[in-house]
Design a protein around this ligand. Structure first.
Ligand SMILES: *Cc1c(COP(=O)(O)O)cnc(C)c1O
Length: 396
């Protein structure tokens, strides 16, 4: 029976290939770190991981993960409402609430699930969800699973947000939803202004901290530290898969009643497995480490500053960023692909992005900095950028 569908899928795959949109994956044979080993290619410096605090191969986390596995086993083999949770799951939820200064936290298998499961229990037909146009795919999917009225405003555009809020006054409840840091430009959502508008127009505020937690704010505690919006944001979602160790796991943290209701009604929580003890144990240790010292975040900030300054001095067009994402603008799609490919020849792993991932004529190389990078790594990347930049006539 597969025959007809097989032909159809082969055609579909061919058209993806022909449009130049076929995604190929490299095979890494080392731990995730500043310098990785890629199968058939050898060693390459990695500038495209979300390993912001450089914790992916942290020895202390690996040790704690092993210990947690010895003490609490390999897997949970259950969902929480049927079979319960372990004490360490509760401990991790407390650590996350403590980090974000919130009332309670609920864990998910991933932030994709946290975002997928947050709207449906809270918002109904008579409510409104007001979403930034550059929000992550998981937020878009979460909103789709919901019958609330949808409004969309241009990225970080407060005038459009206000217009949406005015229109949404007809609805019972309103929620404004935004990414904390937008992954393509590295810009931060203006949370202070968003909270002002939310208060003026009686709306809740939700922020997805995946690229901002561990990164923005004086000690990296995310958007509320940066904008001092503690107590004004109702819901945060986030991941353990980026700055916080890069393992797996997601969470929603915020107002007590909201978290309580999610435990009762959020489908990715109710009908999916709990995260395994090794991840939970190591994550508790990770939050302990971040409390003990701000060294990793300080180093990340220094690295971003160093890289940006040197790149701008060299004559590159860099988007303003307040995060660890640095967009090197090339504007031309084909150039961005050639550039990324030449960078890889030079031993630097970066990715070129072009339409439809970014707007037309906004092609760029996205660089992600990490606390795992040393100055010599950064210097090597900058030298390669300059060499390839001259070769491809991006620099004079
Ligand atoms: C990465 C990311 C997610 C998904 O997180 P996972 O835990 O990997 O599922 C959700 N939202 C944003 C903004 C992200 O960048």
């Amino acid at each position: 029976m597969y025959g007809k569908m097989k032909d159809f899928l082969a055609q579909e795959l061919k058209s993806i290939e022909e449009a130049g949109l076929y995604k190929r994956e490299r095979t890494i044979t080392s731990p995730q770190q500043a310098e990785i080993t890629v199968k058939d290619k050898g060693k390459i410096l990695n500038f495209c991981a979300n390993n912001y605090l450089g914790l992916s191969d942290n020895p202390r986390l690996i040790e704690t993960a092993k210990k947690a596995m010895d003490d609490r086993g390999f897997g949970m083999s259950s969902v929480r409402f049927i079979c319960g949770k372990q004490d360490i799951h509760e401990e991790l939820e407390k650590a996350i609430s403590d980090y974000f200064k919130t009332e309670d936290t609920i864990l998910y298998a991933a932030c994709f699930d946290a975002n997928g499961g947050v709207f449906e229990p809270l918002m109904g037909l008579e409510d409104a969800i007001i979403s930034d146009s550059l929000n992550h795919a998981s937020i878009i999917d979460g909103v789709r699973l919901n019958r609330a009225k949808r409004y969309r405003y241009a990225n970080a555009d407060m005038k459009e947000l206000e217009e949406c809020l005015q229109k949404a006054q007809e609805q019972r409840f309103r929620i404004i939803v935004t990414d904390g840091v937008f992954s393509m430009d590295g810009n931060v959502a203006p949370m202070d202004k968003i909270c002002d508008l939310a208060e003026k127009y009686d709306a809740l505020v939700m922020v997805d901290e995946c690229h901002s937690a561990g990164v923005v704010g004086k000690t990296g505690h995310g958007v509320s530290e940066l904008f001092n919006t503690y107590g004004r944001v109702d819901i945060y979602t986030g991941t353990l898969g980026k700055a916080f160790g890069g393992g797996i796991g997601g969470f929603t943290t915020g107002r007590k009643e909201i978290i309580d209701l999610l435990r009762q009604r959020s489908r990715p929580y109710l009908f999916s497995n709990s995260i395994p003890p090794a991840i939970v144990g190591a994550s508790i240790e990770m939050f302990k480490m971040l409390k003990e010292s701000n060294e990793l975040h300080d180093k990340l900030v220094r690295n971003v500053e160093y890289f940006r300054t040197k790149m701008m001095d060299a004559g590159f067009d860099i988007k303003p960023t307040q995060s660890a994402i640095c967009a090197v603008m090339l504007y031309d799609a084909k150039l961005s692909q050639n550039f990324a490919s030449r960078m890889q020849d030079e031993g630097i792993f970066v990715t070129g992005f072009y339409y439809p991932v970014v707007p037309k004529d906004q092609a760029r190389i996205r660089v992600q900095l990490s606390a795992r990078h040393e100055i010599e790594h950064l210097d090597k990347a900058i030298a390669a950028f300059i060499k390839v930049g001259k070769e491809l006539k991006v620099l004079k």
